[in-house]
Design a protein around this ligand. Structure first.
Ligand SMILES: Cc1cc2nc3c(=O)[nH]c(=O)nc-3n(C[C@H](O)[C@H](O)[C@H](O)COP(=O)(O)OP(=O)(O)OC[C@H]3O[C@@H](n4cnc5c(N)ncnc54)[C@H](O)[C@@H]3O)c2cc1C
Length: 405
């Protein structure tokens, strides 16, 4: 029988970052992944390390800490993660959006983000492809981007370089708990004795939670993305629209038309190869990862209204991924109350790529030092911040596939 200090369950960006940070500190780790590295949400997403899309407060604070780590991680990994600190923008179309973004920007500035509101002409100087019908945009030079698949693979290879072991195509089926402490993990490849388990299973974290009798309020929130043929540089840095911010935090304000039902909001970026990634949606449709004709049409129509040149690019494919959504938009991190050794690391919604670096660091510190060196209130990230009634209420208002009922 195998034995290790820590079993990390899940080979997405969050599990691989945790394994990397733990192995780097000399901890014995086995990473168990039911399919392959980056086969889940981390391989079906955008590439933004966007600070502007984070709520000022704990969310933005974590993102600011995370982005600081990327240059060092880039140097340490043997994989090119294509990290760039090249700024990001949020396009504003209406007066109402301008007022909302003005308040958002003021709160972000107070929280330490360099960000400004630009009128139309200044916005067009930065992004000549924007429509002349826009009112303006926000701009932050601190936003960045990274290749999410290379990042996940990079963390995985980095973990192995520091001695971590892995079991791919191996599913965790059960977890043994003795006297309130995790003692082993049961997998399709045999049992592993361990004192710590990291649940980094993204949208499947609740399934692993049920193995130890806990309810985890994470549900899938689908995002659909369109990929264009490679084209010369059109977009500089990552771009969202003000609707995207509303769809993320306050979908109820979008009204109830088709765009609102699909949670349409622009996310636009260009890969190093020149492909445009044009998104996206925010939909509660359970674990359904298919793209839909209706959503793809709506995404393109909305995107072309803000960036008209998109009407002339050829589309080569589309895909969808499942964001691990939590009711308050923050991930669930840290040891679960009354379940020693069971560490949560999931629920990053649309921010897991950006927050991966800091999350892995926090998880490694909790396991090695018993606390994090960051000045953050871990209670606000704990599973126990959700009262039992909240979790049950949440479960009742969404059926077992995560659909709102
Ligand atoms: C359309 C879209 C766009 C996005 N854009 C961005 C962006 O621009 N920037 C950003 O920061 N974030 C973005 N995100 C969010 C980001 O992709 C996620 O937050 C992140 O990938 C979650 O990573 P994870 O490791 O928690 O989950 P996953 O990548 O899903 O990894 C979980 C892994 O656990 C494995 N697993 C599950 N159950 C078991 C089991 N029982 N045994 C073994 N293995 C198991 C799964 O196979 C999977 O590989 C986007 C998401 C979507 C859908």
């Amino acid at each position: 029988m195998k034995s290790t200090d820590v079993v990390v369950i899940g080979g997405g960006v969050i599990g691989c970052s945790a394994a990397y940070h733990l192995a780097k500190r000399g901890v014995d780790v086995i990473l168990v992944e039911k399919d392959d590295i980056a086969s889940g949400t981390s391989g079906a997403c955008d590439k933004a390390v966007l600070l502007q899309s984070k709520n000022p407060g704990l969310h933005l604070k974590m993102a600011l800490e995370s982005i600081k780590l990327f240059p060092e991680i880039q140097k340490d990994l043997d994989t090119d993660i294509e990290f760039k600190n090249n700024g990001g923008m949020i396009v504003i179309k209406t007066e109402e959006q301008w007022q909302v973004m003005k308040g958002f920007v003021q709160r972000q500035k107070k929280a330490g983000l360099k960000v400004e509101l630009l009128g139309r002409d200044h916005a067009l100087q930065r992004q000549p492809a924007f429509s002349r019908d826009i009112l303006g945009a926000t701009y932050s030079p601190m936003d960045g981007e990274v290749n999410p698949i290379n990042l996940t693979l990079g963390f995985f290879r980095g973990a192995k370089k520091y001695g971590a072991k892995s079991m791919l195509s191996t599913e965790v089926k059960g977890i043994r708990v003795e006297k309130g402490r995790v003692s082993s993990v049961l997998t399709t490849g045999g049992e592993i004795l361990t004192r710590f388990v990291v649940n980094a299973c993204g949208v499947y974290a609740p399934v692993v939670g049920r193995m130890v009798g806990i309810d985890i309020p994470i549900i899938p929130r689908r995002g659909q993305i369109i990929v264009s043929e490679p084209v010369p540089p059109i977009i500089h840095g990552d771009v969202n629209c003000a609707r995207y911010i509303t769809a993320k935090f306050k979908p109820e304000l979008l009204g109830d038309d088709e765009y609102a039902r699909l949670g349409i909001g622009l996310s636009l970026g260009q890969t190093e190869n020149g492909n445009l990634l044009i998104g996206g949606t925010r939909e509660f449709v359970g674990y359904d990862k298919r793209t839909t004709h209706r959503a793809l049409r709506a995404i393109l129509k909305h995107a072309a209204s803000l960036v008209p040149v998109l009407k002339d690019v050829s589309i080569i494919r589309s895909f969808a991924g499942l964001r691990p959504y939590t009711p308050d938009g923050l991930p669930i991190l840290g040891e679960v109350e009354n379940l020693r050794g069971f560490i949560m690391s999931a629920g990053h919604e649309g921010d897991g790529i950006a927050l991966s670096a800091i999350t892995g660091k926090i998880i490694s510190e909790i396991i090695v030092d018993g606390r994090t060196s960051l000045n953050i209130d871990m209670e606000k990230l704990s599973l126990s911040r959700f009262k039992k009634e909240d979790v049950y209420g949440f479960r009742e208002s969404h059926n077992c596939y995560g659909n709102a009922v």
